[in-house]
Design a protein around this ligand. Structure first.
Ligand code: SME
Length: 166
């Protein structure tokens, strides 16, 4: 049977096919474009393939600043939060704790930087090299509590593959 669906698009279960999407992510990384071009393509790939990913982007640790993140490539609406100190917001907390940070309902998170009133939930996954956080993948969703353990495992595998770009 000829399959014309996008990589990772929902199958009959209605859930994204994360295994298939991971293959597409790895192909994108392997193609060897510049780091920023690759991160741009991955942002679009993930946003288009997963219905509950409404904003997908990367924050990178600024080597010239003291524990500060700077906005990198993204797909979705522009954001005012172009620089975020470690510890501030969900992004800054993920960087400071070096752990994946999932907020299923942003209205219940006191340390949160709002980009849009449409956003209801967020997941941030650190990218590490030599044990240090060098950036992170940030995903906002307009759905409440959409992130499953499968999302987390998939996104952590994606971020493990991205170390090679830095
Ligand atoms: N909401 C994030 C800020 C970045 S935007 O989601 C793009 C936070 O609380 O850190």
């Amino acid at each position: 049977m000829h399959d014309t669906s996008e990589p990772g698009s929902a199958g009959t279960s209605g859930r994204p096919d994360f295994n298939r999407l991971l293959v597409a992510v790895r192909e994108t990384v392997r193609r060897g474009a510049s780091r920023d071009q690759t991160l741009q393509e991955l942002s679009a790939l993930l946003k288009d393939a997963v219905p509950h990913y409404d904003w997908v982007g990367f924050y990178l640790v600024d080597p010239a600043a003291d524990r500060e993140l700077v906005l990198g490539p993204y797909a979705g609406a522009p954001t005012d939060h172009t620089r975020i100190p470690f510890g501030r917001g969900i992004c800054g907390q993920a960087a400071a704790t070096e752990q994946t940070f999932i907020v299923q309902d942003v209205s219940r998170e006191g340390n949160y930087l709002s980009c849009s009133p449409d956003v209801q939930s967020e997941i941030v996954v650190p990218i590490r090299r030599d044990g240090k956080v060098i950036g992170e993948l940030d995903i906002d969703s307009h759905a409440l509590a959409p992130f499953t353990p499968e999302d987390r495992a998939f996104l952590e595998r994606v971020c493990a593959d991205l170390t090679a770009l830095f």
